[in-house]
Design a protein around this ligand. Structure first.
Ligand SMILES: Cc1ncc(COP(=O)(O)O)c(C=O)c1O
Length: 371
């Protein structure tokens, strides 16, 4: 099989239509306002409330600052139970707030194993930080029950879960606060950006103060806030990207069904199938490779695909618990399932402009690697 002429990467951002974006730029230039909740920011917030089916939202300059602000706003302290199968931002946000991450093992579906949370709770525990990894929802009902019983706060890192829904309900309605990332690797993006969503109207004031240095008015600074503001130009990118979202989702649906058609025939390759009541965020397409059945390891497949100019990602290898800053933690030692799964996962190229022919070729290369 021939190598692809041009590299195929794991994702490709929606490129905002340049004419629509230019119109937006003219509006911004005319307004002479570039930040501090201008018109574009207000428009984007309004549209996103509908798209995400949530009641309240605060926009941010990236998902990480949003997550840090969520932790601060809920006054999480001491220990917080989370997952090691995530992007560094998840445990780092806790650490930046002076909170110790306590790593809980995961399920076969990559999310925090809610049946193992209770055994990790101590008098120091004040919160649970779950990740809807690859847009797969955590067991939100079970987590809420535990949180209610022990009086814990719940935050979800929903960086991958834009438009994920459970029984038609937006994922951003669960827990106390959900964070979304609008980085260009994400299906919806603002070049850099993020948001917090929540159902409690009382949160809005505190979160919006925290993201603006704690400035209440010209004479009063009432808390130790940070600069988390999304600019007008970033908001304008988001407004244009929103118009292209449905088309991208349709194309990704086709790419997804094509992958499934070919990969389901290959022994040792597993992929997640969303149940009917869950809306897929179409953020990533992840497979697990069972070395015993497939005959080759995940690392072998990853390396070989590179030779064909196909750049996959081993998300989320290494586990956060294996970073030098977290390795010493007691909770880093008992992650049996996460340690196994992290050596099996591979995110395959997944974006709307990936042609179905390219998907077919990628799958047949994977199939040939078995032999
Ligand atoms: C699970 C997860 N959490 C948090 C983040 C951080 O988001 P941002 O890049 O917008 O700061 C990312 C990646 O972008 C992520 O994948």
């Amino acid at each position: 099989m021939k190598k692809f002429e041009n590299p195929i990467y794991v994702t490709r951002p929606i490129i905002p239509n340049i004419d629509l974006f230019q119109k937006k730029l003219v509006e911004i230039w005319d307004s002479k306002i570039f930040s501090n909740q201008g018109k574009q920011h207000q428009l984007l917030e309004k549209e996103l409330l509908e798209v995400l089916k949530v009641s309240y939202m605060s926009l941010f300059n990236n998902g990480t600052i949003a997550l840090i602000t969520a932790i601060k706003s809920l006054r999480i302290s001491g220990d917080c139970i989370t997952t090691a199968f995530s992007f560094p931002a998840t445990p780092h946000a806790l650490t930046w707030c002076g909170v110790k991450p306590i790593f809980c093992d995961i399920t076969d579906d990559f999310v925090i194993d809610s049946s193992k949370i209770e055994s990790l709770i101590t008098p120091k525990t004040t919160g649970i930080l779950g990740v809807h990894v690859f847009g797969i929802p955590c067991n939100v009902d079970q987590i809420q029950k535990i949180a209610d019983f022990y009086g814990l706060k719940v935050i979800y890192d929903g960086a991958h879960s834009f438009q994920t829904e459970i029984d038609g309900k937006g994922i951003g309605n669960f827990g106390d606060i959900t964070m979304f990332s609008f980085h260009p690797t994400k299906l919806f993006h603002t070049s850099e950006g993020g948001a917090l969503t929540y159902s409690n109207s009382n949160f809005k004031k505190r979160i919006d103060l925290l993201k603006n240095f704690g400035i209440k008015n010209e004479e009063e600074v009432v808390m130790t806030g940070i600069n988390g503001k999304l600019s007008e130009i970033q908001s304008a990118i988001g407004l244009v990207v929103l118009q292209q979202l449905e088309e991208e989702r349709k194309k990704r649906e086709l790419v997804l069904s094509t992958y499934k058609k070919y990969l389901k025939e290959i022994p040792g390759i597993w992929f997640y199938s969303f149940s009917d009541n869950i809306k897929n965020s179409l953020q990533y397409f992840v497979i697990k490779i069972d070395e015993k059945i497939f005959g080759k390891s995940r690392n072998y497949v990853y390396d070989k695909l590179k030779e064909f100019n196909i750049f996959t990602r081993k998300y989320f290898y290494p586990l956060c618990s294996d970073y030098t800053c977290y390795r010493h933690l007691e909770s880093s030692k008992n992650l049996i399932k996460a340690k196994k799964i992290v050596n099996e996962v591979l995110c395959l190229p997944f974006y709307g402009d990936l042609s179905l022919k390219e998907v077919e070729v990628i799958c047949s290369i994977i199939e040939k690697l078995r032999k």
